[in-house]
Ligand binder design. Sequence first.
Ligand code: AMP
Length: 378
Amino acid sequence: MTPRTPTTLAVLGGGQLGRMLGLAARPLGLDVRFLDPKADACAAAIGPLVVGALDDVEAIDRVAAGADVVTFEWGGVPAASARHAARHAPVRPGDRALEVSQDRVTEKLAFRSVGIPTADFADAATLDELRRGLATVGVPAVVKTRRGGYDGKGQVVVRDLDDAEHAWSIVGGVPSIVEAWVPFDRELSIVVARALDGEVRAWPLAENQHEGGILRRTTAPAPDASSALQTHAEALATALLHELDYVGVMCIELFDVGGELLANELAPRVHNSGHWTIDAAVTSQFENHVRAVCGLPLGATDATGVAVMINCLGSVPSPPSVLRTDGVHLHDYAKDPAPKRKVGHVTVVRSSYEQARAVADEVERVVRAAEQPPGGEA
Ligand code: AMP
């Protein structure tokens, strides 16, 4: 008997990723509901919101009861919450993906277990272990908390072996990882989807530029990425998806070092570096995530043009200021403005890199100008 197609999707987390998942789910006939600690969570515009902590079992019961499938839009959702939600409906991707990705050591071991290269690393649970780790891995190195870090938070670059104590205090004296500094040429990411039947589809590699640890700009397909590099990245990601028996969209952030790929981290969810797929791929990461978790066939992942995605940090420019040019798409998440907060993005789609970059440079000027407080310094 063919299983019934899901009609109700519960999403743990109600931020912009949830909102965009919801926007992709509605045309497929799905009702979507969300759980978020904030009463003003921006996904609430798309479907009912349960306000509650992501580790509050009663709140999880309320959002998951009666849902056909549960998914999450935040990688920090406790694995125990995913297990609790699974009493009501299948949770895809499952608790294992959360557990693996929430601990940088477990994450690196998972990469290595399927042959995905990473920077050399050492586990540092104490200051002494940090000293030994730095001696083994060498300097420069990056010390990061094993858990809880994001957007470059909870990490410090160490250039001298004598700086171990200082680094230990910066990471707050909690279990950490020491990673060899990777002299990368650029940062790439691969966004991939795996269906319930094991089919895998990958979008073209994207090139990412960060600012102060926050993604500012993504260009996709990544310029000068050969088909061999694309095939290689897809093979690495596919091995991990199968190993984790993963269902849904995953992103792996990669360092490109002279054409060699090293994995930095994985996100067990739709990812900011895949936002361009809404406007410039046959099927977006959001739609394919919904399709995957609902047991539907995946859509094609080809790019339909050259895309440059620019994040709006803190505030969103006025629509007319960016929409004057053809091929420019504004996504306002309807969040309250706050410094460095991801509140929207703009995607430029053109047929050549030259054109896309030219328009994107202009859009970026407008986006940055809108981020300045009135009368503030540039
Ligand atoms: P992460 O929180 O691991 O994503 O790190 C934030 C950013 O720091 C990355 O996007 C890189 O730009 C940089 N970074 C992290 N780890 C390393 C490393 N081992 N070597 C060089 N740069 C790194």
